[in-house]
Design a protein around this ligand. Structure first.
Ligand SMILES: Nc1nc2c(ncn2[C@@H]2O[C@H](COP(=O)(O)OP(=O)(O)O)[C@@H](O)[C@H]2O)c(=O)[nH]1
Ligand SMILES: [Mg+2]
Length: 303
């Protein structure tokens, strides 16, 4: 399935909801008035776009109508699409041949860090890159085991220590293994214990220090994984992680589930971070580069 169709399928419920609401408000007198724009704002909030993004989008539509006198469904939708697009940036990730790139996967438990790490390994393997994974979620035995299973499935070596060991020590070993093997992509899976922010901060800071010290020339991407089905919680998580570490890109997972989709807009707007990847399932192949235009086209009603 192409990327547009994947987005379209995943976002069916949200798009149908937005379409129904927008048609409902536009059906009356054919053009949008003040009350209808208020309703549109509520609709965007209900679609998980977040209060900031929803309010700003509708403000921009009001400006557009004031300037052009065009309050038609088409005009309003075009203005909405343009404003939402301006809130989202995208950033494609690239591995460089013959150099070391490191992906540090961070995010709350259950968002899809480990699965995305495996998907990224699979993708880089498909492109004939030399790949390693590091099991730096040492908190639970099952987490290490899960990454090892993915290592077997994707034919990727996994550097792991015992349960309960220091994640930074795993990262240290993994970087040295990467150097010895001329690895081009090292993917570091981490634990997401957000309930203990101080620990998390300490852990991530220590991992960062090791990377900076042991692999100063590597290209590092710190990827924050967000579950699209978690609604406004995703914003709170993104803020918390963004506060404790420098995030360089967002991964939004579970677009195939019953995600409302607007979450991607909310988090992008709240953090100002670019979205790099979108997850569409539980298999190693279910990962795509995020595409803002296709995402918005799939999310919004047809004009
Ligand atoms: N439907 C769907 N499930 C996903 C996706 N990404 C991850 N999952 C599932 O979400 C659950 C948690 O994923 P996991 O990678 O273990 O999350 P972690 O705790 O952040 O490492 C697992 O059951 C995954 O199979 C996705 O894009 N779509
Ligand atoms: Mg995990």
């Amino acid at each position: 399935m192409g990327l547009f169709d994947s987005f379209k399928q995943g976002l069916t419920k949200t798009r149908d909801f937005l379409t129904a609401q927008i048609n409902k408000v536009a059906a009356g007198i054919g053009v949008f008035d003040d009350d209808m724009l208020d309703e549109l704002e509520m609709t965007l909030i209900q679609a998980d776009c977040g209060i900031t993004a929803s309010t700003e989008a509708v403000e921009a539509i009001r400006d557009y109508i004031r300037e052009t006198g065009d309050a038609t469904r088409e005009g309003v939708l075009r203005s909405l699409s343009n404003t939402l697009a301006s809130m989202i940036s995208e950033k494609k990730l690239q591995v460089q041949r013959g150099q070391l790139t490191i992906y540090l996967m961070i995010g709350v438990n259950g968002t899809g860090k480990t699965t995305t790490a495996a998907k990224l390994a699979q993708r880089a393997k498909n492109d004939d890159f030399r790949v390693l994974m590091a099991a730096a979620d040492t908190f639970r035995a099952a987490a290490i085991e899960q990454l090892k299973v993915w290592g077997e499935r994707t034919k990727t070596t996994v550097i792991a220590h015992e349960t309960g060991s220091d994640p930074a020590a795993v990262v240290f070993d993994a970087i040295h293994a990467a150097k010895a093997r001329s690895t081009e992509l090292l993917i570091i899976d981490t634990a997401g214990r957000l309930h203990n922010k101080k620990n998390l901060m300490g852990e991530l800071a220590k991992i960062r220090r090791i990377i900076d010290r042991e692999a100063p020339d590597a290209h590092l991407e710190t990827l924050l994984v967000i579950d699209a089905t978690t609604g406004q919680n995703a914003i709170i998580q993104a803020r918390a992680f963004h506060e404790v570490t420098t995030v360089t890109g967002l991964v939004v997972t579970k677009f195939d589930g019953n995600a409302k989709g607007g979450v991607a807009i909310a988090v992008a707007r709240e953090t100002g971070l670019p979205i790099s990847l979108a997850g569409f399932g539980e298999n190693a192949e279910d990962l795509r580069d995020f595409d803002r235009e296709l995402f918005l086209k799939a999310l919004l009603p047809e004009s």
